[in-house]
Design a protein around this ligand. Structure first.
Ligand code: ASP
Length: 477
């Protein structure tokens, strides 16, 4: 018999079916045994009565064993209905149980919410943690969000394009992960902090409407709820203004919430707009939480923060630095202030804030070489550095770059807020710990001397002993 999903048992009342999954719980009531069986779609109560073939097997069964069970789906008696469960109106009367695999006792309980369990332990055994109902729900919601945005943007004629992960530095303001090159001794690739330069080059390439579900890498000290790698919905469009991009994202969010989470209420549509300076003055924050009652998770208060400055002064040395990134277009009304009062120049940039968290940020870009040169000059980037780091961008602007702009939205954050979670790790399948480690894979970890030699790296004395003498077995070619 072909296995069906547990969620499908609702349509099979009165029929014999086969389900497969894990034993979430077993309860013995005298000789009758109740098993809760879990698969990707939910939980089903299975009753094993004395005298059935299945009863012989049931004695040995323990939580997390993997089984296939054949049996009849019955409607539950009225007083046994469990409204908390999707399949709470039905149960299976087991006929046959096949054991597919046994399991050791898990290091923590999976049939309960695992939030209270030590996080390092949860991440070391993430594959067990993912079996828990809340984690399964969060990861499924994340998948639905990604599926929704893909379909939404495909329908609007966007091209989904992958940009390189092995690349060169791009200025988003964080430290970068470097990857040594084996073929070119002493040279390095850099993992992208975002696809910013490539997406702009795609616009020069005539693509006009680009998006990507892109992984971004930032080697920052682990402040708060940040991850060294995270996922952005990255968008860029040609021949648009700020309003076009804000409208697109606003429509996408509204449609997404009504489709995936209809019980959530958006506080105001169109989304409120707050000028950056007003936000600081009124809310003492550039990420205002506009909910009347901040404990209400089902209320979604979106707002756009606009008119941010092009430059801010660095706290350490007083130099001008970009507020967003150096490709951001200054507001044409303020261009004449670039030389005299650069900090007063507003940018064509916009951040989308949801319940006090920045969930997207973007800008209209500079597409003319003279303006881009000017911005680099004001940032104190000298001629040599400008050509070395950004020569390719400046050159591209000279080959008919169209006016363009874009935005990127942190999908981990979006998924965690919509899943009612406080930290983004709860909406990621395999996040790093707060101190940037992966306890499951054991990363980061030392590599062999041979691997270091291959990439022409010798370690400084304090790190030297970490390189591994042995060479690992080649497991593929
Ligand atoms: N690349 C920017 C970022 O990662 C977003 C954008 O300007 O589109 O913040």
């Amino acid at each position: 018999m072909k296995r069906i999903l547990i969620s499908e048992t609702l349509k099979s009342i009165g029929h014999e079916v086969k389900i497969s999954g894990w034993i979430s719980k077993r309860r013995d009531h005298g000789k009758i045994v109740f098993l809760d069986i879990r698969d990707m779609s939910g939980l089903l109560q299975v009753v094993v009565v004395p005298g059935s073939c299945a009863h012989k097997e049931v004695e040995s069964l323990r939580p997390e064993w993997v089984v296939s069970i054949t049996g009849k789906i019955n409607r539950r008696p009225e007083k046994m209905v469990n409204t908390e469960l999707l399949t709470g109106t039905v149960e299976m009367e087991a006929k046959e149980i096949e054991i597919l695999n046994e399991a050791k006792t898990p290091p923590f309980e999976i049939d309960k919410d695992t939030k209270g369990v030590d996080e390092e332990l949860r991440l070391k055994y993430r594959y067990l943690d993912l079996r828990s109902t809340r984690m399964n729900r969060n990861i499924t919601l994340r998948h639905e969000i990604i599926r929704f945005v893909r379909e939404f943007l495909w329908d609007k004629n966007f091209r989904e394009i992958e940009t390189p992960y092995l690349t060169k530095s791009t200025p988003e303001g964080a430290r970068e992960f470097v990857v040594p090159s084996r073929l070119y001794p002493g040279e390095f690739y850099v993992l992208p902090q975002s696809p910013q330069q490539f997406k702009q080059l795609l616009m020069v390439g005539g693509i006009e409407k680009y998006f990507q579900i892109a992984r971004c890498f930032r080697d920052e000290d682990q402040r708060g709820d940040r991850q060294p790698e995270f996922t952005q919905l990255d968008i860029e469009m040609s021949f648009v203004d700020q309003e076009d991009i804000m409208d697109l994202i606003e429509d996408m969010m509204i449609e997404m919430i009504s489709k995936l989470l209809p019980h959530k209420k958006i506080k105001t549509t169109p989304f409120e707009r707050v000028k950056y300076n007003d936000s600081l003055a009124k809310y003492k924050s550039d990420k205002p939480d506009l909910r009347a009652d901040k404990s209400k998770r089902d209320e979604l208060a979106f707002c756009w923060v606009i008119d941010k400055p092009v430059f801010v002064r660095s706290k350490s040395d007083g130099k001008l630095v970009s507020d967003h990134h150096p490709f951001t277009m200054p507001n044409t009304e303020d261009i004449d202030k670039l030389d005299t009062e650069p900090e007063k120049v507003r940018a064509y940039s916009y951040d989308l804030v949801l319940n006090g968290f920045e969930i997207a940020g973007g800008s209209i870009r500079i597409h003319k070489r003279e303006i881009q040169d000017k911005i680099f000059d004001l940032l104190g980037v000298d001629h040599e550095e400008k050509n070395r780091r950004f020569g390719h961008m400046l050159e591209a602007f000279e080959f008919g770059a169209p006016p363009h702009g874009g935005i990127a939205s942190g999908l981990d954050r979006v998924a965690s807020i919509l899943a009612d979670e406080d930290v983004i790790r709860e909406a990621m399948a395999f996040p790093k710990t707060g101190d940037a480690k992966d306890p499951l894979m054991g990363a980061p970890s030392p590599v062999s001397k041979k691997q270091l030699d291959d990439v022409h790296i010798s370690l400084k004395s304090e790190a030297k002993n970490k390189a591994i003498e042995r060479t690992d077995t080649e497991t593929n070619d």
